[in-house]
Design a protein around this ligand. Sequence first.
Ligand code: ZN
Length: 162
Amino acid sequence: MLDQGSINAEAIAYSLDLFEKGHGRAGESQKDYQPAVRDQGFRRAIQRLQPSCALCGIRMLTPDGHTAVDAAHIVPWSESRNDAITNGMALCRLCHWTFDEGMIGVGDDYRVITSGLLARETNVPGFLLTLTGRPIIAPGDRELWPARDAPAWHRKKLRLRP
Ligand SMILES: [Zn+2]
């Protein structure tokens, strides 16, 4: 087992590795890293790329620069073994949850899609519906945008009942 200092150091190396050669090639970037290193490295890479939520745009930073956005896998790690930046999005906790639950997604045109379930679900904040059709907030570098097949995979899981 690595101590925390070593995990942190390896996670930094891993996140840099993802920036250098992690552009959408499933499996290539995982190497033999421990899960704790991978998790932290992927989070660092996505959060460095984008401090605000890709879907709703919320940006929460602590005074010392920590962000509240999660680093979400578009195709879950359990399915894809893919930590490529192009399989990731910075999402706030609410958008992360609704995304994982299949109530919100991203279209081929990189615009937000929402499920009819959202409109009926009184426990979900209504402002999420206002995101429908809005362009996602993507990284400045087009090469680091979500790979087209990742949101396409996720859309099959969307519960898009009208
Ligand atoms: Zn959000």
